[in-house]
Design a protein around this ligand. Structure first.
Ligand code: ASP
Length: 466
């Protein structure tokens, strides 16, 4: 007999079925034993009647054991029906129980919300935490959102391209995670902070419309809603202007909310736009929360922030980029860039998108002429030799037929977090790390063996070298 999913039981009244899943709750009433069974599709109440051959086994089983149950789907007597729960009008009369796996007493209860359980414990036993209803919903919603984005991008003619994980240090502002090379003594790969350079090179490569659900790694100090690794929806397009990129992203976001979150209301369509100066002046933030009612869980206030300054002063008195060194200034500031004049006044084509006071994405039109990119690095004080060493491949690509292009990346974790009404991104990341960047389940990071270290030509220094 084939397994029936719990959600389909109501169509099988009067029939014998096999269900498989976990014991959600077990109630021993002496003569009868009730077992609420759970699979990925829901819950159903099962009962072992007094004279059943299954009664002995039923007395032995405990919560979270994994069972295969053979039983008959009965309609409940009118007085026992409960329309508040799934399958509240049926019950399975158990004929036979096969134990597939036993479970010791769990370190914490997963039949109710695990929100109040110590987070390190939840992360140590993440595979149990994920069994809970809320976490199941979050992870499945995340999968659906990613699927929506993939389908949307595909329908718009984008191609999904994977870019390397072992790469070279990027200048996107954060510290790199590095991977030592065994074959090349003293050399290191870096994990990508974003696929920025690769996606631009894909425009040189003639892909024209690229996207990727990309994992990015940044070695930053711990902060509430940061993780060492996070997921971006990353895209890049050729022959476009700012409006084109903003338009496609806005359509994708509106579509996904209307399809996947019909209960939510988008406060304003098209999304309002504010200049950086306006946002700072009116709201004191470059990711303003424009919600008219901040108590409403289902209100979504998106907004674009544009016209950011390209450069800002460093503590040492030099210049650095505010967002992305590969951005292009707004057309009216191109001349200033090329002449390296009025640097503080140059505005970039950068566009950020905020949702309910959180930044969920950002991107820009890029400098696709080598001379213009070169100027950005010169303004930041990079020596010509260094520019060649670090960005020679970009400058070379840009002198071999690169179309004008631009793109964006969204933080998938943050977007899902907001849509699922969760307080932090760890609630929507399947195997999250702690705020301090540890994985209590795998116990990483860990030491490695002396042999591994030798192969990698690495010697560990004292913690606090003099
Ligand atoms: N690479 C940028 C980021 O990670 C996004 C972009 O400009 O496309 O923030």
């Amino acid at each position: 007999m084939q397994r029936t999913y719990i959600k389909d039981l109501k169509e099988k009244i009067g029939e014998e079925v096999i269900i498989k899943g976990w014991v959600n709750v077990r109630r021993d009433q002496g003569k009868m034993v009730f077992v609420d069974m759970r699979d990925m599709t829901g819950l159903v109440q099962c009962v072992v009647l007094p004279k059943s051959e299954a009664i002995e086994v039923a007395k032995e089983i405990r919560t979270e054991w994994v069972l295969s149950i053979k039983g008959k789907v009965n309609e409940r007597p009118e007085k026992n029906k409960n329309d508040k729960v799934q399958n509240g009008d049926i019950e399975i009369e158990i004929l036979n129980i096969e134990i597939l796996n036993k479970a010791e007493v769990l370190p914490f209860e997963i039949s109710s919300d695990t929100k109040d359980i110590n987070e390190d414990t939840r992360l140590k036993y993440r595979y149990l935490d994920l069994r809970s209803e809320r976490m199941q919903k979050n992870i499945r919603a995340r999968g659906k959102l990613i699927k929506y984005v993939r389908d949307f991008m595909d329908s718009e003619g984008f191609v999904e391209v994977e870019t390397p994980i072992l790469t070279k240090s990027t200048p996107e502002g954060s510290r790199d995670y590095v991977v030592p090379s065994r074959l090349y003594h003293g050399k290191f790969y870096a994990l990508p902070q974003s696929p920025q350079q690769y996606k631009q090179l894909l425009m040189t490569a003639g892909m024209e419309k690229y996207f990727q659900i990309a994992r990015c790694m940044r070695d930053e100090d711990s902060r509430g809603d940061r993780q060492p690794e996070f997921t971006q929806m990353d895209l890049e397009m050729s022959f476009v202007e700012r409006e084109d990129v903003m338009d496609i992203n806005e359509r994708c976001l509106i579509g996904l909310i209307q399809k996947l979150y019909p209960e939510k209301k988008i406060q304003q369509i098209p999304f309002p736009r504010l200049s950086f100066a306006e946002a700072m002046e009116k709201y004191g933030s470059d990711k303003p929360d424009l919600r008219e009612d901040k108590n409403d869980q289902n209100l979504l206030a998106f907004c674009w922030v544009i016209d950011f300054p390209f450069f800002e002063k460093t503590d040492e008195g030099g210049w650095t980029f505010t967002h992305n060194p590969f951005s292009r200034p707004k057309p009216e500031f191109m001349e200033d860039l090329m002449k390296k004049e009025n640097i503080e006044k140059i505005l970039t084509t950068q566009y950020d998108i905020a949702l309910n006071g959180m930044e969920i994405g950002g991107g820009s039109i890029r400098n696709h002429e080598p001379e213009a990119l070169q100027k950005v690095f010169e303004i930041m004080g990079h020596e010509t030799e260094k520019i060649k060493e670090n960005f020679g491949h970009m400058l070379s690509a840009f002198s071999l037929g690169t179309p004008p292009h631009g793109g964006i990346a969204w933080g998938i974790d943050r977007l899902v977090m907001i849509l699922q009404n969760e307080p932090n991104i760890r609630e929507v990341i399947p195997f999250a790390k702690t705020g301090e960047g540890k994985d209590p389940m795998m116990e990483s990071p860990t030491t490695i063996t002396e042999t591994q270290l030798r192969e990698l030509h690495i010697k560990i220094r004292d913690t606090n070298p003099k």
